[in-house]
Design a protein around this ligand. Sequence first.
Ligand SMILES: C[S@@+](CC[C@H](N)C(=O)[O-])C[C@H]1O[C@@H](n2cnc3c(N)ncnc32)[C@H](O)[C@@H]1O
Length: 255
Amino acid sequence: MSFNDPTYHSNTATLYSAALDEGDYHSWSDSMMTWLMGLITPFPEKMRINRAFVKDMYTAFNNYQLENVLDIGAGPLPRGYEWAPDANILCVDHNPGITAHARSKLPKGANIRYETSSVKALPGKIKSGVADGFYSDSRKIGIGSNAVLMFVDDDEIEQTFKFLYNWCESGSVIRITTTAITAKEDCFRAGMIRRFFKMVNAPMHIRNIDNFVKLLGPWRVNKGPMPAWQWLNWPPSKNTAGIGFDIYGIELIKD
Ligand SMILES: C[S@@+](CC[C@H](N)C(=O)[O-])C[C@H]1O[C@@H](n2cnc3c(N)ncnc32)[C@H](O)[C@@H]1O
């Protein structure tokens, strides 16, 4: 499966928005679809857990005193400026509709910028100076990419995170959430999950979590991977805990 058609944008952000109380980037039919998905899958609960992870990530970047933040696949619900109020926050998303929607939500004067870029195009965007004059001189960056990389091909993840490693200074931190499984990628259940998300127009890679982590070298894993509910001490429902298919959180560092 390949996701690298730059004109294709799946339902992921609309379903995500519909699953969350704060979201409004969706229609009535997305709400219906999310409600139905909630009857047979843990999807809405996992999206709420992901959102809590995003807040926790920005708060951690604030506590680490990282002056510059890069949020990759930032989505239509910008709140980072509330959680890391002192940082220069550069958000990118590959969907120009989402970039426009998010920009319309930004309060005047918030230190946050939204640009349209895919994971694949990001090195080129950075080289062309998208962060110049917005970031401080420091290249110590807090990088986030939450509930995004399951929609991105292996080679794009590898190339972009290698580029970011070389571009950043030591002390830079990455926090990621991604959907993954603990079983083998060719098992029957992984196939079922892939088919289900394709059916709701949110096709995704269902990777084994250890294979996913291998794509992120040479960044050093500092915490995780672990289910995001466990990271957050979020009491999970029986639909979410221990089923071997989860949203995993990972923290990586450039030493
Ligand atoms: C489920 S939303 C998550 C939004 C946000 N990161 C959060 O956790 O609140 C997934 C986002 O990833 C974006 N996305 C998907 N594929 C992408 C790609 N190849 N490059 C950049 N953004 C992408 C979608 O447009 C969408 O906004």
